[in-house]
Write a new protein. Structure first.
Length: 100
């Protein structure tokens, strides 16, 4: 991942009030990632990187999706098992914050 893309991913992961499109993008990625292994998630991340093109020009929803694929890939690198949002503390924290 280039430095520019990494900066966009880090910015998208910074705490902020997400737009409805960002929330939907993250939820969609989590649903797609459910059951994936690290290698599958890494392949999905590469596909998204190719589809998005220059990340600096991407809309906030595309940036959120890219950041979520990156985050999930990182989680799975140390986890070893398939992804599930129920066991993802970050995802659970966001869900809890939405329902307050």
């Amino acid at each position: 991942m280039s430095e520019g893309t990494e900066a966009v991913v880090e910015a998208a992961l910074e705490p902020h009030e997400p737009s409805p499109a960002e929330v939907e993008a993250r939820d969609r990625v989590r649903n797609e990632a459910t059951g994936m292994t690290h290698h599958q998630a890494a392949a999905a991340l590469e596909s998204v990187l190719d589809a998005v093109g220059p990340t600096a020009d991407a809309d906030p929803a595309a940036r959120a999706a890219l950041a979520e694929w990156h985050r999930i890939t990182e989680v799975l690198a140390g986890h070893g098992g398939p992804y599930t949002p129920d066991a993802d503390p970050y995802a659970q924290g966001q869900l809890t914050a939405r329902h307050r």
